[in-house]
Ligand binder design. Sequence first.
Ligand SMILES: [Fe+2]
Ligand SMILES: [Fe+2]
Length: 279
Amino acid sequence: MAFRIAQISDTHLSAQHEGFTANFDALVEHLRAGKPDLVVHTGDISAHGELAIDDLRFARARLDAMGLDWVAIPGNHDVGNDPGLGDTPANAERLARWQETFGLDHFVRDVPGWRLVGLDTLITTTDLPEARAQMKALEAALDTDRHVALFLHKPLCEETVAEEDITYWAVQPEPRRRILELLTRKAPVFIASGHVHQWRDRGVSEGLRQVWAPAAAFIVGDTWQHPTSGSSKPVGYVEHVLHEDGRHECRLVQPEGMEIHDLGLLPGIYSPMKPLVAA
Ligand SMILES: [Fe+2]
Ligand SMILES: [Fe+2]
């Protein structure tokens, strides 16, 4: 029997944002009917967890109330962002709030034939002990005969693993190199991420299959965010089917009742968005 994972991402839950919660409720109703073996949340679980613990607690209660087995890794709105990117850097205080509500910020979970590994991509450029601990955990987890799947909040890269720009959207070049170095010991069958609020599956490129999950809460319209090559901007989730022999299929699922909110048209939730300048 294949193992079915529902990868959900970017729910941005908060008691203040009813539209996002309504999307989550529609998603959960769909998931309960389909009964995946595991729900993996790839971060930005909360809307403002980087500022206060309330949204993290709200989000944790919502995940528990799904009645489904789940694991989660944090996003930049849960533990802060890479230091240098914005006003809310990931640090010990923010991480402690996450740990209080969710526990560890990375995971290793074995399922039939596979090992699932989730990393916290927001602390990779910090000197926090948790940053070293998760790299050690990744190294140990890759010492396995199982097929490996890697879950991240930020994608490993936007277009190519060799890109050197430091951007808001992807793991920074230096930690990317460290992760890739470890992955030479055991290549993951796929890497699944969130954060970009776009769906993309370009198949295997540069030896890696990198799958981007769409957000559950909202998109960032083309006025404010360029679509990336091969991507689209629905809301929904990704179903991953893991066969014990290492075959893997995935597909975009867009449950009924989930509304496409455009963050650019919702002032007051985050900082106002600036329209892109036409090239
Ligand atoms: Fe997000
Ligand atoms: Fe994010």
